[in-house]
Design a protein around this ligand. Structure first.
Ligand code: GLA
Length: 687
């Protein structure tokens, strides 16, 4: 009996969706918003959806915190309202991304099964009243979150207006409850087989840490054994992968293959509580939530973050959340300037986003985030920012077809390796050593020259890149060493930065000294590292400049290893010693740079690196401070150009290019601050 109204509802949805499909509807480039229909009377839904559609927003993400409205008591699922919301969206040409609600388990669940509540490292069990209160390994939590995901997938897995799924929301907190500890011990047992092996690799004779039973092994994140710390990160990663798979399996089992599955990662992209490449592996594509918080758009950092995110799966991604002007959680939650959010949205698209969604549509009247930036106020009227969204909506509709099926393409890659990130962070040795800043130093200089740089996990392969820079490749396994050597011998140009190869895959100091397994490849060894109080002069191939924060002195071992940079007068130890060693190997080259360099020298370095590696990706000339992002595919070549300068700039349109946002513009256009041009290069006519 129950299935008859269900069938009618689906037929109805199909009907409205196909009617809607004829009107201006969702294009290949989607603008959308997080929308929480459960917070509003149903009579209001149409008004909100109409406002969305009027602004050219054709995607709504719903459901990710609605567990108590979807399952008010255990096993009683109330999903009719979800269906009505999806159908209402369809009537307005708005496709739906359905979130599984596992980030916010309801009160009945946490009080009935207190073991589902997370325990902090200090041993405090989190109580109800927020979100993310769940224990990510709890079997009961996993069972119930799988069940609700399955119910949703059964019900909406064939709904024509549901285009895809988001699992959970911004995975974040691990748990230190007894069950998680037990899993940790089992995980270690599986990895090491015997305690002797674990004691050996962690060298637990140090400080009498030797373990004689698995359950003696602590689970902690402080200044613990470095081998333990690295393994704990890998363990945490596996638990999140498991949590995600647990829901993914049931969605895949019930949903149409056309419905894709993603998740939205937070932590401003660079967070490293777990390995994000591993999370992305099981998904159709990855999404992330980009926020500025206090201050203004830092185009280099945010642009690099988009590239990092794209690197997790090496394909285009979604921005599932972006602030409509301002957030509510920053020290000073200032608004981005008028036009600045638009620039941020276009920057995301330029770097490979195929959809961008605001968080959020309208603030709940009560609840923790009342002050957050929105598009519609508590009175139901659009706020001033709505107009900026509307401009974006119109632009997405116009430009979407040109961008469909295109992606950024790079000949230069920077390596970002989670094992190394973790290992260095466990022991910085200099509080000034910031791995992200180090990476961004290379990135900024290389991107200015090439207008496109990938940031990738080395495990995914290096083939196709002319130049690879590994700023901080601290942990090197035999597999990694093999991969790098193959890359260089095959014709790649590799630059290794300081701290490379110091550790083996157990985060133990390599018995080969530094750079450990890379010693033969580099043809040199690091004699000693030094955390610097003051800058040190350095000169050679890249002119005269300064080493800053960190310096290692090298000794060439291979006869063909050439000293290419040398330290000037410093602490006595470094004086006159090699700072960089380079050599040819096979068809490629390898350099080991032992120092961090000041920006001016980095720029010269980048120029030389790009030239030596014959990087020749197509670029277009623009004034300084103007960002260019190139997307190619389907025989099309499109440049997103953004003026980040406080003043207007004049842009000469490159030959054969027209601005899709200003179709009548000829030859040159003026771009005020934050303004954007989207240039399409017409394919050269065959002779
Ligand atoms: C996160 C969450 C959202 C919301 C925003 C506020 O990214 O995913 O639910 O809390 O922050 O900025």
């Amino acid at each position: 009996m129950k299935s008859v109204p269900r069938l009618l509802a689906v037929l109805f949805a199909l009907a409205v969706f196909s009617v809607a499909g004829r009107a201006a509807g969702p294009g290949p480039l989607l603008l959308g918003s997080a929308w929480y229909p459960e917070q509003w009377p149903e009579e209001r839904w149409d008004a909100d959806l109409k406002l969305m559609a009027d602004a050219g927003m054709h995607m709504a993400r719903i459901g990710e915190f609605a567990w108590s409205s979807m399952e008010p008591e255990e096993g009683r699922y109330t999903l009719d309202w979800v269906e009505r919301a999806i159908n209402a969206a369809a009537r307005h040409n708005i496709v739906v991304v359905l979130g599984t609600p596992s980030d916010a388990p309801p009160a009945w669940l946490t009080s009935k099964y207190p073991e589902t509540l997370r325990v902090t490292e200090a041993g405090v069990q989190i109580r109800h009243g927020f979100r993310r209160q769940f224990n990510y390994t709890s079997p009961k939590y996993l069972e119930l979150s799988r069940r609700i995901a399955e119910e949703l997938a059964r019900r909406f897995g064939h709904h024509p207006n549901v285009i895809g799924w988001q699992i959970g929301n911004e995975y974040t907190e691990d748990s230190f409850d007894p069950h998680s500890r037990q899993l940790w011990h089992q995980w270690l047992q599986r990895k090491y087989g015997t305690l002797d092996q674990l004691n050996h690799h962690w060298m637990t004779a140090y400080w009498s840490q030797t373990y004689s039973a698995w359950d003696q092994i602590p689970m902690e994140t402080g200044r613990s054994n470095p081998g333990l710390l690295l393994d704990y990160k890998r363990f945490v990663t596996e638990q999140w992968v498991h949590l995600q798979r647990n829901q993914l399996e049931v969605i895949r089992a019930h949903a149409d293959p056309r419905q894709w599955i993603t998740t939205n990662l937070g932590g401003l992209g660079w967070a490293n509580r777990f390995n994000r490449t591993d999370i992305a592996a099981d998904l159709d594509f990855i999404s992330w939530d980009t926020y500025v918080g206090q201050g203004h758009l830092n185009p280099t950092r945010i642009g690099a973050t988009h590239d990092l995110v794209r690197g997790w799966k090496r394909k285009n991604f979604w921005v599932m959340e972006i602030q409509p002007g301002f957030v509510d959680w920053a020290g000073i939650a200032n608004s981005l300037d008028k036009g600045e959010t638009r620039a941020a949205v276009w920057e995301a698209v330029g770097h490979g986003a195929d959809a961008v969604a605001f968080w959020q549509w309208r603030a709940a009247l009560n609840g923790q985030e009342q002050y957050h930036g929105v598009l519609v106020g508590p009175d139901g009227e659009p706020v001033p920012f709505y107009e900026e969204a509307r401009q974006l909506g119109a632009e997405f509709a116009r430009v979407g077809p040109a961008l469909a099926g295109t992606s950024p393409e790079s000949q230069v890659a920077i390596l970002h390796d989670y094992d190394s990130r973790w290992a260095i962070d466990f022991h910085l040795h200099s509080k000034r050593y910031d791995q992200i800043e180090t990476l961004l130093g290379y990135y900024a200089a290389l991107r200015e020259l090439t207008q496109s740089v990938d940031i990738i996990d080395p495990r995914g392969g290096l083939e196709g890149y002319k130049l690879v820079v590994a700023p901080n490749l601290n942990v090197v396994s035999p597999e990694m060493a093999r991969r790098l050597e193959q890359y260089v011998r095959g014709g790649g140009h590799l630059l290794l930065g300081p701290r490379s190869g110091l550790m083996n895959e157990y985060n133990a100091l390599s018995t080969l000294g530094q750079p450990g397994l890379l010693r033969d490849l580099v043809g040199a060894k690091v004699e000693q590292f030094y955390a610097l109080l003051d800058d040190v002069p350095v000169s050679g191939r890249w002119g005269d400049g300064r080493a800053t924060i960190w310096a290692e002195y090298l000794r060439p071992l291979a006869p063909d290893a050439t000293v290419t940079l040398t330290y000037g007068r410093a602490n006595g130890w470094l004086d006159g010693k090699p700072a960089m060693v380079s050599r040819k190997l096979g068809k490629g080259t390898i350099s080991y740079l032992g120092a961090l360099l000041e920006p001016a020298m980095m720029q010269r370095a980048a120029r030389d690196l790009v030239q030596a590696a014959s990087v020749n990706s197509p670029t277009i000339p623009v004034p300084a401070g103007v960002e260019v992002c190139r997307r190619v595919g389907q025989g099309r070549e499109v440049f997103v150009v953004i003026n980040h300068n406080p003043k207007p700039v004049v842009l000469d349109l490159p030959v054969g290019c027209s601005d899709l946002l200003r179709p009548s513009a000829q030859e040159r256009i003026e771009l005020p601050q934050y303004d954007v041009a989207v240039l399409q290069r017409n394919p050269a006519k065959p002779n």
